[in-house]
Design a protein around this ligand. Sequence first.
Ligand code: NI
Length: 169
Amino acid sequence: MAILKIVKYGDPVLRKKTAPVTEITDDIIQLAEDMLETMYAAPGVGLAGPQVGVSLQICVIDVVPEGKRNPIVLINPKVLSGEDKVELEEGCLSFPKIYEKVKRWNKVRVEYVDLKGNLKEVEVEGFLAKAFQHEIDHLNGKVFIDYLPDWKRKLVEKEIRRRKKGKNW
Ligand code: NI
């Protein structure tokens, strides 16, 4: 197990569309374990491949890091459908200390492959549904500030530029 370096917004890997995982190799299993360890250490509730510089369709989620651990590893995930929009504040490990309200589905049906190579289809809701959508977006080169109105996104980008200048990003 190893803690990986988390890339911050501005790194082009976060904007790249990821490639599907074609085989669950030992390297993929190791990567998933390292990503979980990195996420717990951060601490965070989700982490996607591009955020550790790996442009592959893999992400990890655990929305209850304080209590009993419930790690979920999603390989090649896809949102099949969504229901009811809800606006909630969110953050991202690639955007330290930035929190913004984002409107997403409250309930989603998601298809993915698990670490054993089984194709799964699940329906999740609430905070977990939000985490699934946020992480799957990362695999498509999309980040949460993309949902903000232009004027708000510009303010966030200005703040990030300011922090980069101060070597605080
Ligand atoms: Ni994120």
